[in-house]
Design a protein. Sequence first.
Lengths: 291, 269
Amino acid sequence: MNVLSSPSAHLRRRQAIAKWFRRICRFMSYLLVGIVCYLLWDVISDGWHWLSWDFFQNYASRMPAKSGVRAAISGSIWVMAITIIFAVPVGIAAATYLEELMEQSRLKQFISLNIQNLAGVPSIVYGILGLTVFVRFLGFGGSVLSGGLTLGLLILPIIIIATRESLRSVPQTVRQAAMALGATKWQTVRCYVLPTSFSGILTGIILAISRAVGETAPLILVGAVAYIRYVPENPLDAYTTLPIQIYNWVGKPKAEFHELAASGIIVLLSLMFLTNLCAIILRHKKQRTYV
Amino acid sequence: MTTTSHNNPSVSSLDTASHEADNILEVRGVHAYYGSTCALRSIDLDVKANQVYAFIGPSGCGKSTFLRCFNRMNDFITDFKIEGSIKYRNTNIYHTDVDPVLVRRHIGMVFQKPNPLPTSIYNNVAWGPKINGFKVDFDELVETSLKKAALWDQVKERLTDNGYHLSGGQQQRLCIARAIAMNPDVILMDEPCSALDPISARKIEELIVDLKKDYSILIVTHNMQQAARLSHHTVFMLKGEIIEHGPTHNLFATPQQSLTKEYITGKFG
Ligand SMILES: Nc1ncnc2c1ncn2[C@@H]1O[C@H](COP(=O)(O)OP(=O)(O)OP(=O)(O)O)[C@@H](O)[C@H]1O
Ligand SMILES: [Mg+2]
């Protein structure tokens, strides 16, 4: 008899388990997509009809029809700009030092471990830190600067970890090639290691930023105000941001404000979607050129 | 040939130390350790200028470790320790005053696996001289180096292509061109043909025959015929020690040690 014609009971059982495993995994992924779609549909159906040019031009108001996200969007952009200016250079420099330049040592292990832990600290804790250091000790008050720096601290560990990860993915042979030509460590890193890991670093940064855009709790602690009727003009101005505006609208009794909150969410989601799209495009654009 | 490295001020400190000694490299009492395991044991060796030295021995005997000692590439391995001295033109390259960057500028290396830099073919060759402050015509330097590496005709139309778009054998020749462009004194080659097909390997070998007129070459190989064909001297290593070394034809014709004889006749290894 042919050995292939009659699978044993044991094999049939293994195949059955494999099939069920597949089904369960498929169900979970569809479930997830379903939940996201439902949420999106809910938000869009609520908020769609408030979206108009006026919505982007108006400040917050007591009357729903005159309310808009002008201050919130500009505040969000201000805060993000400061977050990026602070966190990106510091994060890349720290990651490069830890990954490429620092000698292996206890201290390095200690720092690495702490950065891992910091990435998992709840954002409200960063809010308290920002309140103590930036708002009170350094006296920046409830300004754009305090908010941006606080969010910068929040995403710094994420940027450092992502950058180290992509630096590590550059093959050792590239470094050896450069060093064997009489390059210094820094020349090697600047000319080959950083450029080859560029797309990975960028992806990490953009993901970190899209996390920071949606943060609310720490900003409330460091003094973002909900009712702002102007666009911040310098880093020490008071401000509000999209998530805070949304939070504020949701807390109001009138149903129209709840719909406005949905509109705000649409704007916020579009913003995050755009940044993520950038990450995807950049990642595909700069494929690796080594084996 | 573009030999303008002497214009380079940063080069002088090692150059002035050189006087016309026969031995370009002198290894004295070298022990090397990875952590607590000893990879090289009391090695002594003199390397004469403009000669080819072949290093043979079974896998794991320390050939690569030894080769990397000459351009201090072992410095990047944590836990690596070296004792003894290696003198390059009468300067101990492990002396605290010696900058390893300068050592590597004079002692070039070709790796076992072709490893172009992730950049254009042109930059692969020109980058080393550029960062080391050469004041030369780089187009000309790239051309002569690629010609010496027998690669120019195949790549002259596509110098801006990425180095990784070449075939394995071409990549290895690019790596050799890159090493030559630095106008080194010594070239270290760690099994440069082992990742290549026989035809590419033969081309590299012909190239080495060409190069041995101008450079001192230290080459690790697992191929006895290759060692016999290419080298003036052969060094046989075993378990981190040099068992025997001498002129290649002597070592292959009349090995003094029984271990050497067994190895080159294929009894072990
Ligand atoms: N980075 C390292 N860390 C620890 N031990 C190492 C390291 N590199 C090499 N060794 C050890 O040192 C010894 C010599 O290794 P080496 O690579 O010099 O051998 P080799 O003669 O080049 O062998 P092969 O012919 O296989 O390339 C081996 O026992 C190896 O396990
Ligand atoms: Mg080896």
